[in-house]
Design a protein around this ligand. Structure first.
Ligand code: SF4
Length: 249
């Protein structure tokens, strides 16, 4: 079975517990206006062009090859961290990810997902993972369509599935100034999380201002329709008011 990977980053510390190797899978169905991985949007390998030259991003490999690369790191990762599948949206290549996980030798697996996937794919990969990092963006359906291009109903349905599955998970909210970081949206997320079985922890993530630099290389225009210079509203209070475990990453 083959898949397309655009990066394998070692020694990451923000993609799950401990030291991790993060695998970035190509392709995402969403088009978030703030996406900081534009090279991960297209599912196919692509050539990035910049002043320093051309670079092919994305390579096709088999699940056996990828698992072999990750298993070579097992002596270091097994007791200190693990492997995280990110993207893009890793569930766009759910069968490939599932087959890679099946081949791993005793490694802790985290799934970093937008939650946008067919339920069957979501259940399959989340069920093989030890931890899910589940991104929530906007609770208002219309705003979600406006800022990401897609409906949030499949995401909320998979979140409900996850909460019933028993796989530990963390809700992550990227604070996009004036978009996801409004008090109204943060309160709506807090209410939604509070009603989930297990009341999972929440992490608020500051906006990554490095996003714009990669767009030109991808042949895309970077014109964020929000003020990226504004300080994000890192307001934990809506979560603390509901006695949720919430932190600012
Ligand atoms: S879900 Fe993530 S990878 Fe996909 S468009 Fe949004 S920010 Fe980018």
């Amino acid at each position: 079975m083959t898949g397309v990977v655009f990066d394998i980053r070692e020694w990451t510390v923000h993609d799950g517990p401990g030291l991790r190797t993060t695998v970035f899978l190509k392709g995402c169905p969403l088009r978030c206006a703030w996406c900081h991985n534009p090279e991960g949007l297209s599912p196919a390998p692509q050539v990035l062009r910049s002043a320093s030259g051309e670079r092919l991003v994305g390579r096709t490999c088999t699940s056996a090859e990828l698992a072999s690369i990750l298993n070579r790191q097992a002596p270091l990762l097994r007791d200190n961290g693990g492997v995280t599948f990110s993207g893009g949206e890793p569930l766009l290549q759910a069968a490939f990810v599932a087959d890679t996980i099946r081949r791993l030798e005793g490694l802790h697996v985290a799934l970093d997902t937008s939650g946008y996937a067919p339920e069957e794919d979501f259940r399959r990969v989340a069920g093989q993972s030890h931890l899910a990092l589940f991104d929530l963006k906007l609770m208002d359906a219309q705003a979600h369509r406006r800022w990401t291009g897609l409906d949030n109903r499949p995401i909320l349905r998979n979140l409900a599935v996850l909460a019933e599955m028993g796989t530990p998970f963390v809700i992550r909210v990227a604070l996009i100034p004036g978009v996801t970081d409004t008090d109204e949206n943060l309160r709506a997320i807090a209410r939604h999380v509070c009603a989930l079985p297990g009341r999972p922890p929440v992490e608020l993530l500051p906006y990554n201002r490095a996003a714009g630099a990669k767009y030109a290389a991808c042949g895309l225009e970077w014109r964020p329709p929000f003020d990226e210079t504004a300080a994000p509203n890192a307001n934990l209070q809506p979560f603390l008011d509901l006695n949720l475990n919430a932190t600012l990453a």
